[in-house]
Design a protein around this ligand. Structure first.
Ligand code: ASP
Length: 333
């Protein structure tokens, strides 16, 4: 019997981390070693494993993710039915979303990792990798963009977030929930396939390296960080605002000054729910920030909003109207 081919690309993280002396762990294992440690994988798929990087995920960056995207596209062109990327969990919600923004193929691209390292009791890496492979091979996973497989659940890249620093069920999709589960080896979805169209990159555009900082606001913020950023060469700025995307009256002035120079997007720092559009009218409210030229992130978290703005900047200089239209399209379910 010919088994379907799955491509597994490893970037590092806890799932690939081992220890020499039984204490601290660092990424060491290859993609082939990760695949070899999964019971039953050889009866499920023909594996093409490739080690793309061996990094803790806080040290991954956008160019590495863009290179991973090119590798995944080449794997599909070479005949893989689906693709799995393994990486550290700390920034998994970001790489998965950045991949999703540009993943144009119908084939599934599934990102996973682990909270317990391979030598720990009850290591979750092999189970998560097997779930990710099953998800990548399932025909019902097609046309869904990039998915995150973790703890038997399947999440859409644009909503999923790491919401616990230690638990093996560290990933949640606030408000909308996971879209599927892997049960007794079967991949089951609660919603039909469908996705927002991917962003198109013209040849050479991936070589740009835009600067899009994320600024979190806080009690008593007078906007001095935003004013300092105004002197820098940035392509856009995202603010993690209070509640539905609010800032202080003094910070609102700084938002207005900055929005005259570059696109400014405000998101909610709450971890759940959208930015407002039409409720509050005080200085620093959503209505005030919109009037000052800022754009609401909608349902996207601050880190996902930053990635969307970065991805748009990769294609060239940003016009406010285009930014607003893209956030309108991609910031809602
Ligand atoms: N704690 C992280 C992990 O789960 C480390 C990292 O993100 O690389 O993989």
């Amino acid at each position: 019997m010919t088994l379907p081919t799955v491509a597994i690309g490893a970037l590092g993280g806890t799932i690939a981390s081992t220890s020499k002396d039984g204490t601290e762990v660092v990424p060491t294992l290859s993609a082939a070693a990760l695949a070899a440690a999964v019971p039953g994988l050889e009866e499920t798929a023909t594996v093409r494993a490739e080690t793309l990087a061996s990094l803790p995920s806080p040290s991954l960056d956008e160019p590495t993710v863009v290179r991973t995207l090119a590798w995944a596209q080449a794997a599909v062109d070479a005949g893989a039915r689906g693709v799995v990327v393994t990486q550290g969990t700390d920034t998994l919600e970001e790489s998965a979303y950045l991949l999703d923004l540009f993943w144009e193929r119908p084939e599934p691209l599934v990102v996973t990792g682990a909270m317990r390292s391979p030598q720990a009791a009850g290591a979750d890496g092999p189970a998560n990798l097997l779930t990710a492979v099953r998800c990548a091979l399932a025909s019902d996973s097609r046309e869904r963009g990039v998915l995150v497989a973790f703890d038997d659940e399947l999440h859409q890249a644009r909503w999923v977030a790491k919401t616990d620093s230690m638990s093996t069920s560290a990933f949640r999709s606030a408000v909308f929930g996971p879209i599927g589960r892997c049960v007794e080896g079967e991949v089951v979805y609660g919603v039909p396939p469908g996705r927002v169209p991917a962003l198109r990159l013209a040849p050479g555009q991936e070589a740009r390296d835009p600067r899009v900082p994320l600024v979190a606001t806080y009690l008593g913020d007078d906007g001095y960080v935003l004013d300092a950023i105004r002197a820098e060469d940035v392509d856009g700025v995202v603010i993690a605002g209070f509640g539905a995307g609010h800032v202080s009256a003094r910070m609102a002035e700084a938002v207005g000054r900055l929005a005259r120079q570059v696109p400014v997007v405000f998101a909610s720092r709450t971890g759940s729910g959208p930015t407002g559009r039409a409720m509050y009218g005080y200085p620093g409210s959503e209505i005030d920030l919109l009037a000052r030229g800022a754009v609401g992130a909608g349902w996207l978290s601050p880190v996902k909003a930053r990635l969307l703005l970065w991805a748009l900047a990769l294609r060239g200089p940003l016009a406010r109207a285009d930014v607003a239209a893209e956030f309108e399209l991609r910031g809602r379910p």
